[in-house]
Ligand binder design. Structure first.
Ligand code: OGA
Ligand code: MN
Length: 290
């Protein structure tokens, strides 16, 4: 299979044609996809009407799928445990109200973040399959954090260089008022410290590494100042020249690199069904400071 790669934005994001996720990838195609992914950070595969099993199988070309540690809110699919439900419809096909705990927790993804950064080895990447897409919002926006690091003003740069930030899964519930993790969930995911400026294990490039929905502390800073710095960094990052906005079509599959991007979704009408299934690739190494 020969693939074609067409950029969708100058900063990041490219469309890949010539892949059919119903079938195993041959090694040459797998390498070509990986190379395009490392170059463009977010890749879009249009027209992939796949099953969850095919989604998981495709994910395994690039690493080990994560199994979400939190089982209390119904965000982890019962049928295929590697699937995380980014949906306002449950597995019994009920439309969920915005006040449902899972929906309150998911609302955090409207703020800039990178997936599973609260793990000791944060996620490498995620693959999101748009099954029923929104037409009233639900645009997923991505930022190239290499470029953000390159352009970061000196004042901000000095505050992050050589520093670590804490990433805590429990921060989510404090942020959006979702149910706090159970004792067991908390014990499974204690807070971790990661460098704020990291070197990418594949490309060798340097990027800013923050995740505003999980960062609750920065080394050597007061709590208020830490939160303000994360907000200032997120605001600087969220500029159009660093951003690809993905407007979904049914059965797009997006694959992004969690090590050098952040993302956030725009709100949509909660009366409209939105069904998206995600796999998350576990990190293969700890975060290395640049
Ligand atoms: C995610 C996420 C994006 C979206 O799937 O990791 O943050 O479009 N959501 O809902
Ligand atoms: Mn996310």
């Amino acid at each position: 299979m020969a693939i074609t790669v067409v950029p969708r934005h100058p900063a990041l994001g490219a469309e890949i044609r010539g892949v059919d996720m119903h079938w195993p990838l041959d090694e040459a195609t797998r390498r070509a996809v990986h190379e395009a992914w490392m170059e463009h950070l977010v890749v879009v595969f249009p027209d992939q009407d796949i099953s969850d099993a095919e989604h998981v199988a495709f994910t395994r070309n690039f690493g080990e799928p994560e199994i979400f540690h939190q089982t209390s809110l119904g965000l982890r699919a019962d049928r295929v445990k590697e699937i995380f439900l980014v949906s306002n419809v449950d597995e019994r096909n009920n439309l969920l109200k915005p006040s449902t705990p899972s929906q309150v927790q998911l609302s955090s993804s409207r703020q800039w973040h990178t997936d599973s950064s609260y793990r000791p080895m944060p996620s490498m990447g995620s693959l999101l399959h748009g099954i029923e897409i929104s037409r009233t919002g639900g645009i997923t926006q991505f930022i190239n954090m290499y470029k953000v690091w390159d352009d970061l003003p000196d004042g901000l740069r000095r505050q992050v260089e050589g520093r670590r930030a804490r990433h805590d899964f429990a921060m989510l519930s404090r942020l959006v008022g979702s149910p706090p993790p159970t004792g067991e969930e908390r014990a499974a995911m204690p807070p971790v410290w990661h460098p704020m400026v990291r070197r990418h294990p594949v490309t060798g490039r340097t990027s800013l590494f923050i995740s505003s929905i999980y960062n609750d502390a920065i080394e050597g800073m007061e709590e208020g100042a830490s939160r303000r710095l994360i907000e200032d960094l997120s605001d600087f990052a969220a500029q159009p020249q660093y951003m690809y906005r993905h407007v979904w079509e049914p059965h797009d599959v997006l694959m992004w690199d969690n090590r050098c991007t952040v993302h956030a979704v725009t709100p949509h009408d909660p009366a409209e069904r939105r069904v998206m299934h995600r796999t998350t690739i576990v990190g293969a190494e700890p975060v290395v400071a640049a």
